[in-house]
Design a protein around this ligand. Sequence first.
Ligand SMILES: [Fe+2]
Length: 187
Amino acid sequence: MSELRIYQEASAARAEAAYTGYEDIRRALDKIGVGFERWEASKQLDTEASQDEVIEAYRDAIDRLMKAYGFKSVDVISLYASHPQKEAMRDKFLHEHTHDDFEVRFFVEGEGLFNIRKDGHVYAMRCAQGDLISVPANTTHWFDMGPNPNLKAIRLFTTPEGWVANFTGDNIADRFPRLEAPHYTAG
Ligand SMILES: [Fe+2]
């Protein structure tokens, strides 16, 4: 289930607000410049769908974003609980960082938790199947795929180098709920 929780940066214990409705989430993220959309596939995909089949199913929406933002390339990543390096892969993006490029993810399957720090608040956006999130360049954030990742996502890039993570060195991510926290695993 998609859910946005908004915390004061200094107070991870309690969220100030929580939204699950699409329009509420979209409006709250729009205020901090983060794009949020929900896409429908043009045809049903099974778990074994190839990268080309996934891209083809969402071709119209991908083309629209590529034109609007000047993205040059697109790919599909898949990460599952059976991945031998799942812990290392999870850990890498659990530290606060920025990129020189947009970070755009469309969740074809599964889920992931984006935490965006902006204006003294942390926006914890749990993305689910059908959600597209677009985090602008130079925005501080971290990402949790959970201890047992279940994730198939389309990524859009303007440059291959743009998605290198610049770590801030701040340990803020350690203070905020992870994807396996009780209120996240409950639903
Ligand atoms: Fe990132």
